[in-house]
Design a protein around this ligand. Structure first.
Ligand SMILES: [Zn+2]
Length: 248
């Protein structure tokens, strides 16, 4: 199973960049958790460098990802410069292979497609030194993503307004990067595994919800239409509505 290490930058006593009361550490944590949730729903294993507001040294983050055997490492940040600087960019190690750069481009293009901000491109190394530690010290392919400029009010407005879309597109891009086909909502409800969502799937979910049938963990995930972690009659109802075209 594919493993992605998601690293929301900064944390704890290190807020990263800030704009008024808005902090980079909070923005990127929120985004990392949203992306990770979508990845896990696709069966991707996710390990977060931090899932809350805490201090964690860079060396500890990269060592943890290496130890875990991550297939991909994504560090998520927000940029800061003059108030007019705008757009998304992504950084790879200076010596990145074409493959690593292409993976980064997949993620960056997806983000720009979601939020409509300027695509500042895939960049090599780091602004003022050789490499970002998260790229230098990881064994797997990696990148450091700068999600817009926290110093730009308009970038911040876009970050908030397009948050869900950015998270979804980023999750899809990350699935592509690790070779996992992204299942649409319909396929995700395919409890009996015949490749489509039909009333039969809703029936399976209903039988499971009322205890007439036991589903495998994978089936439970697919039957759990509202994603609350359990299969209930409301999931069966939702699947039925989707199967009959009453709901998308
Ligand atoms: Zn940062």
């Amino acid at each position: 199973m594919a493993k992605i290490y998601l690293d929301p930058g900064h944390g704890g006593s290190d807020p990263g960049a800030a704009n008024g009361s808005r902090t980079e550490k909070a923005d990127v944590l929120r985004m990392a958790l949203a992306v990770g949730e979508k990845l896990q729903a696709q069966g991707v294993q996710v390990l977060y460098s931090r899932a809350k507001d805490q201090d964690k040294k860079l060396a500890v983050r990269t060592a943890e990802a290496n130890e875990w055997g991550a297939d991909y490492y994504l560090s998520i940040h927000r940029n800061s410069a003059s108030a007019s600087a705008t757009g998304n960019e992504i950084w790879v190690i200076r010596t990145a292979t074409e493959k690593t750069a292409a993976k980064a481009k997949t993620i960056l293009d997806a983000v720009c497609g979601a939020d409509g901000l300027r695509n500042r491109g895939v960049k090599y190394g780091a602004p003022n030194y050789d490499n970002f530690a998260v790229n230098r010290d990881t064994n797997c392919a990696s990148a450091l993503l700068e999600l817009g400029f926290i110093s730009n009010q308009s970038d911040n407005a876009v970050f908030d307004a397009k948050f869900d879309k950015i998270a979804l597109r980023m999750a899809k891009a990350l699935c592509e990067v690790v070779g996992v086909p992204y299942q649409t909502a319909n396929a995700a409800g395919d409890v009996n595994g015949d490749g489509k969502l039909t009333t039969a799937d809703a029936r399976e979910a209903l039988r499971a919800a009322v205890g007439l049938e036991n589903l495998t963990d994978a089936q439970k995930k697919k039957a759990d239409a509202d994603g609350d972690g359990k299969v209930s009659t409301s999931d069966a109802r939702e699947l039925l509505r989707k199967a009959t075209g009453l709901e998308k």
